[in-house]
Design a protein around this ligand. Structure first.
Ligand code: PLP
Length: 820
């Protein structure tokens, strides 16, 4: 069945053909962009063959298969670039390096021309992308399902120190990787009403009809010929232009429905501060779910001829609650379109569906107003009510005297004071729907899963004790070590062999070598090369010079108060003040690098970006400071920027308030690349410290129990400021306008918030954070000791491969035996 692996000769031929086409179109000599497109086209041809073979193999598995076909539903897939990965997976990078240099171009320059597919916001979306890689690597029959956002989230620029957002027009010049599937088109409806037929059957008659068109993106395995698929839906209007309106000369009216349909394709997370933004978001979620499930059912019927075994043969995984309409839509399709009974349909749904929770913050738990839900999805609302009715009846039988329990666990928030939005509006709770309809629910790190069943989902955990479990996140070693850090990869290959690429646990072989001074020097030499590359990038993008031998102290992630970039900036200000007070002391020079996007409606996050720039401007231009301290903000954080920054980091900042970061995956990428972590006892930091030894991480700050205790007795941030002269001076300087040209108003709200509420306990953790930073300095002075810690960090990171994560999902969620 499988075709022979393409040889480098095959690819070279395919590449030359594709290049001729490109040049024909361009009519000029081969620039790097034409080479990039030609290479992508050549790879896509070869991947297409692997795709067909993979699908044929999966389709013939039948019901004996132990692992169900997985349908991973996610509103985000933060893929980044594809060419470097495809070339490595097809083992054709050498052939193309030669082909490019024949055209006078270097491979890295060609790879740079590809735009990132930035179809995600942060960790949740990048996790989904790492999972696609591991699906292929573990030969898992699978589809990732997402939306084909034309403008991603947004492109971040900085003007006058403030974030500015623009559409990220990543497909402006086409997307050479996608394969349109003209035969895969499904209708998706909105609005309208529910009709009852003579038989009693209910049928939804939508008012608006769209068409979902499939586009596939193929993800190759690196150690087999298997591929996995990301199937992305593109929304189109069902009807062509309104011809009558067109003839009247009203061209806008003729196309209004097309624009409305196209709006679903524009951006991830339309600003939900307006009603029309919220409507659009709910439509996007429903659209993803409906198209994906219709596709699943069509495939299942093709392979099995009937629906009884659908839940036994297929898993439907919800990446957070964004696709939580899936159980309601699956019930609708099975009941209304395929005529199954409620009990049959519910059994199948419960078997198929599983759900991963990604946040404990109650305000981040998704709910939709019943009013809006009903207007867009009237039949789904009926089904949600029926699920709820049956669920609550069961709860009542189990706990007959607990009326408050019924209120708390209901799929409907009845409003009143308990709703987060006040106003008494009734809302559908998407997490509750996901839990009730799933056979497994997991958190993403040990602490998070533990808190999940003790806090937000405590009631459900009491009702369904066997449903909840933990699967700690991971990252793909192919992208985050092999591709991002070729220098370190080659060093590891020489020392421990190449097996780590497929089995990351092999990194443990480095442990007995950690004290080898020569290995230490080699690790530091690789790090220095990577730092030089980042320094070049900083010079190119910002016109700033940083000292390559300074300590590169890095925090890159979405800008959010809980992640505490602000605590980092406060430390930078404290260090600045100390340097100015005593410039002759023996300072360990530092370059602090921050990158990350702030959600467009999140004013506080934007203020943090502005403060970072204001502080950076003052420090970086103060002649008393020189190389001792620099603060750099790199705009437009994304996967490719992360691939440049992470291998260059000496220190990884993972400093969220304990109990707030579900897992983190950035923390894993840094440690894998030989950065030491300064971190709180939060998320996966804890399991990392346990894996490579707590002494090999700079931990600080209050732990979850201490955070809770402090809040219980009444936290007074001012108290911490008054007691700490250093912190007091930092807050004073910001409040006074030292960094805002004397404008004491600019950061008043920010300072007031820290002094009065400080929800994330920056003031309480500041002193311990500064002490941990002093331990960092001390160790950095001792090159040999630092390098040994680096080796021990890398050696302990074996379990944080997404291959291990996916194997756990297979064993406990997606295998047939997980159905009990
Ligand atoms: C890994 C990654 C993240 C997640 O980072 P955290 O530090 O875990 O929040 C976000 N964005 C990108 C581009 C990433 O690569």
């Amino acid at each position: 069945m499988t075709t022979a692996a393409p040889s480098s000769a095959d690819l070279t031929v395919a590449f030359q053909q594709a290049l001729r086409r490109e040049l024909h179109v361009a009519g000029t000599a081969a620039g790097p962009r034409a080479l990039m497109r030609a290479a992508a086209n050549a790879c896509r041809e070869l991947l297409g063959q692997r795709w067909a073979d993979t699908q044929a193999a999966d389709a013939s598995r039948g019901l004996k298969a132990e692992v169900r076909r997985v349908h991973y539903l996610s509103m985000e897939f933060l893929m980044g670039r594809a060419l470097g990965n495809a070339l490595a997976a097809l083992k054709l990078d050498d052939a193309l390096r030669a082909a490019f240099s024949a055209e006078g171009q270097a491979l890295p320059d060609v790879l740079e021309r590809e735009n990132d597919a930035a179809l995600g916001n942060g960790g949740l979306g990048r996790l989904a992308a790492c999972f696609l890689d591991s699906f292929a690597e573990l030969k898992l029959p699978s589809f990732g399902y997402g939306l084909r956002y034309q403008y991603g989230m947004f492109a971040q620029g900085v003007q006058g120190g403030r974030q500015v957002e623009a559409p990220d027009d990543w497909m402006a010049l086409g997307n050479p990787w996608e394969v349109m599937r003209p035969e895969l088109r499904y209708p998706v409806g909105f609005g309208g009403r529910v009709e009852v037929e003579a038989s009693g059957a209910r049928r939804w008659v939508p008012a608006e009809a769209l068409v979902a068109q499939a586009y596939d993106f193929i993800v190759p395995a690196h150690h087999s010929e298997r591929v996995s698929t990301l199937r992305q839906w593109h929304a189109q209007a069902e009807a062509p232009i309104d011809f009558a309106a067109f003839c009247r000369g009203d061209h806008q009216a003729a196309a209004a429905h097309r624009v409305a349909a196209d709006a679903l394709n524009w951006v991830l997370y339309p600003d939900d501060s307006t009603e029309s933004g919220r409507v659009l978001r709910l439509k996007q979620e429903a659209f993803l779910v409906s198209a994906s499930l219709q596709d699943l059912i069509a495939r299942h019927l093709r392979e099995f001829g009937s629906l009884e075994q659908l839940g036994r043969a297929n898993a439907i995984h919800l990446n957070d609650t964004h696709p939580a309409l899936a159980p309601a839509e699956l019930m609708r399709l099975l009941l209304d379109e395929h005529g199954l009974s409620w009990d049959q349909a519910w059994t199948i749904t419960r078997q198929a569906v599983s759900y991963t929770n990604h946040t404990l913050m109650p305000e981040a738990l998704e709910t939709w107003p019943v009013r809006l839900f009903e207007a867009l999805l009237p039949r789904h609302l009926e089904i949600v009510y029926e699920i709820n009715h049956r669920f609550l009846a069961q709860v009542k039988r189990q706990f007959p005297d607990d009326a408050d329990l019924l209120r708390r666990v209901s799929l409907i928030d009845e409003g009143g004071q308990h709703g987060h939005f006040g106003g008494g509006e009734r809302r559908v709770r998407m997490a509750a729907l996901s839990i009730v309809a799933s056979h497994r629910v997991n958190g993403v790190a040990a602490l998070h899963s533990d808190l999940m069943v003790k806090t937000i989902f405590a009631d459900y955990a009491r009702l369904f004790p066997d449903r909840f479990h933990n699967v700690t996140n991971g990252v793909t070693p192919r992208r985050w070590l092999q591709q991002a850090n070729p220098g370190l990869s080659t060093l590891l290959d020489g020392r421990i062999g190449t097996g780590w690429r497929h089995d990351l646990e092999e990194l443990a072989k480095l442990k007995p070598l950690a004290a080898d001074v020569r290995l230490g020097e080699q690790l530091l030499a690789v790090k220095r090369e990577n730092k030089q590359r980042l320094a070049d990038r900083i010079r190119r993008d910002l016109g700033m010079t940083v000292a390559v031998d300074s300590l590169f102290d890095v925090q890159i992630k979405r800008i959010h108060e809980y992640k505490r970039q602000l605590l980092n900036v406060l430390h930078v200000v404290a260090r600045y003040q100390a340097i100015v007070a005593d410039p002759r002391a023996d300072w360990v020079p530092r370059t602090v690098v921050i990158a990350g996007k702030a959600a467009s409606a999140y004013a506080m996050a934007k203020a943090i970006i502005q403060l970072t720039h204001d502080v950076g401007r003052v420090i970086n231009s103060d002649p008393r400071v020189g190389d001792r301290l620099k603060l750099v903000f790199l705009p437009n954080y994304g996967v490719s920027l992360a691939e440049t920054i992470i291998p260059a980091a000496d220190l990884s900042e993972q400093i969220s308030t304990a109990g707030t970061e579900a897992s983190g995956t950035g923390n894993m990428k840094f440690a894998l690349n030989g950065a030491l972590t300064i971190g709180t006892w939060d998320g996966a930091n804890i399991e990392m410290a346990q894996a490579f030894g707590e002494d090999n991480m700079f931990t600080f700050g209050l732990r979850t129990e201490q955070v809770d205790a402090l809040k219980r007795v009444g936290y007074e941030p001012r108290h911490f400021v008054e007691q700490n002269a250093q912190l007091h001076a930092v807050m004073e300087a910001i409040a006074r306008g030292d960094f805002s040209q004397g404008d004491s108003g600019r950061y008043r709200a920010l300072v007031d918030r820290l002094l009065n509420q400080d929800v994330y306990l920056l003031m309480a953790d500041f002193a311990d954070y500064v002490k941990a930073q002093e331990r960092v300095d001390a160790l950095f002075r001792d090159r040999t000791a630092w390098a040994e810690r680096v080796a021990l960090n890398i050696a302990g990171m074996g379990m944080f491969s997404s291959d291990r994560t996916i194997q756990e999902y297979i064993d406990r969620v997606w295998s047939v035996k997980s159905l009990g």
